[in-house]
Write a protein that binds this ligand. Structure first.
Ligand SMILES: Cc1ncc(COP(=O)(O)O)c(C=O)c1O
Length: 404
């Protein structure tokens, strides 16, 4: 009787059951077990094909199984995966040089994730402030922001739901509404050691900071000798159609510090804090470090990615523009779509009801995307997405929307 029952359990069900028994239940996963991918497509255990418009939440920048990334990983894995930061290897300096050229910020520290980059940037801000005075400790951050899950990162995340279970958090964080110049001016003072913002808020629903706002933040950071920190973890490294979202501005407004991660090593964990020579001296020898950060394998893959990214930038702009335009077309047909926002291949469509069911229905139709901030359908596809892929996605979305 029992054996008969076991035979009927599918592989997917048994994988999910095992996780339920042994894995911390902190993720509300969708009931989908993915097995492999090729280009912009993923396949589940039964071989069902999905167009991947979320790419591991903005991570798999070159999709799945990109031949140059696979070749690089194979080669480097056979040579040396990791040697620690006790020694030099070929690729950390090379990647830091690429980042400096792309970002306009001279120095890089390597970490393994977004939140770890954020922690390092917060330490840099506090250390910078301490050099001026003991009470220069305040960090100004924005409502609706998201900066990661570690203690420092949640302390500067402007969404109470991420903070409430873990208080008390680091003191001295002041939140202000995004794009409100007067509110920012009111809160920044001699006590401020950093102003922190996402050029385009991601988890917060794909909201871009205005030119005037970023300029005001830069001006206030200069006036009060604070660091201007941009969180480019979701909106950077090519995703907005420029290397970093602040390069969408005209004129460009440079931060003192910029943190990045997600797409940097095309799926391998790698993060970075890039900073200028004003911020860099805040962190001296022994003040910060990371065992895994900047390992040979991840850095070499990221260098390879940068070579490919140079060529992909026009396509990110073009295909992203096509995607937004097609979504605008759907907006004119379906009145529940309130707004289409974004830049490059970071796109949100705000609807007037919770979008979770649409995400589930999309999975059934072979389309992967997600919903953030309850009502914003979010698309962070691989940078290799084509117009043809977009047209396919739009057809499926139109079908889903018709059923609403
Ligand atoms: C803007 C932003 N900052 C920080 C993070 C945290 O990154 P990670 O999950 O790699 O720690 C994220 C993740 O979604 C993010 O979007």
């Amino acid at each position: 009787m029992v054996e008969e029952h076991i035979e009927q359990v599918t592989e997917a069900q048994s994988i999910m059951a095992r996780e339920k028994e042994y894995v911390l239940q902190n993720y509300a996963r969708y009931p989908l077990v993915l097995d492999k991918g090729k280009g912009c497509y993923l396949y589940d255990l039964d071989g069902k094909k999905y167009l991947d418009l979320i790419s591991g939440i903005g991570v798999n920048a070159l999709g799945h199984g990109h031949p140059r990334i696979v070749k690089t990983i194979r080669e480097q894995a056979g040579l040396m995966i990791h040697c620690s930061n006790l020694y030099y290897h070929r690729y950390q300096g090379l990647l830091a040089e690429r980042l400096a050229k792309a970002s306009g910020l001279q120095r890089t520290f390597f970490s393994n994730s977004g939140t770890e980059s954020m922690e390092g940037a917060l330490k840099m801000a506090r250390a910078y402030g301490h050099k001026v005075s003991a009470d220069k400790i305040e960090i100004v951050s924005l409502d609706n922001s998201f900066h990661g899950r570690t203690m420092g990162a949640i302390a500067v995340t402007g969404q109470p739901k991420y903070r409430k279970d873990f208080e008390p958090l680091i003191p001295g964080v002041r939140f202000v509404p995004a794009n409100d110049l007067a509110a920012l001016e009111e809160v920044v003072s001699e006590k401020t050691c950093a102003i922190l913002l996402e050029g385009i808020q991601g988890e917060g629903g794909i909201f871009q900071m205005t030119q005037a706002y970023v300029e005001k933040a830069r001006e206030l950071a200069d006036r009060f000798d604070a660091l201007l920190i941009f969180d480019e973890i979701q909106c950077g490294v090519g995703r907005p159609g420029t290397y970093f979202s602040y390069q969408l501005l005209n004129p460009v407004v440079l931060p003192d510090v910029m943190v990045t991660a997600k797409p940097l090593a095309c799926g391998l964990p790698l993060g970075a804090i890039c900073c200028n020579e004003r911020a860099a001296p805040a962190i001296g020898p022994g003040m910060h470090g990371s065992t895994f950060g900047g390992g040979a394998l991840a850095c070499r893959v990221a260098v390879e990615f940068f070579d490919i990214l140079d060529e992909l930038m026009p396509s990110i702009q073009r295909v992203g523009g096509h995607f937004r335009c097609e979504l605008e077309g759907l907006k004119s047909k379906f009145s529940f779509i309130k707004e289409v926002r974004g830049a490059g291949l970071m796109i949100g469509a705000e609807i007037d009801f919770p979008g979770k069911q649409l995400v589930v229905d999309g999975m059934a139709e072979g389309l992967l995307f997600n919903c953030t901030h309850d009502t914003v359908l979010r698309f962070l596809p691989p940078y290799i997405l084509t117009e043809k892929d977009v047209d396919k996605a739009i057809k499926i979305l139109a079908k889903l929307f018709k059923k609403v």
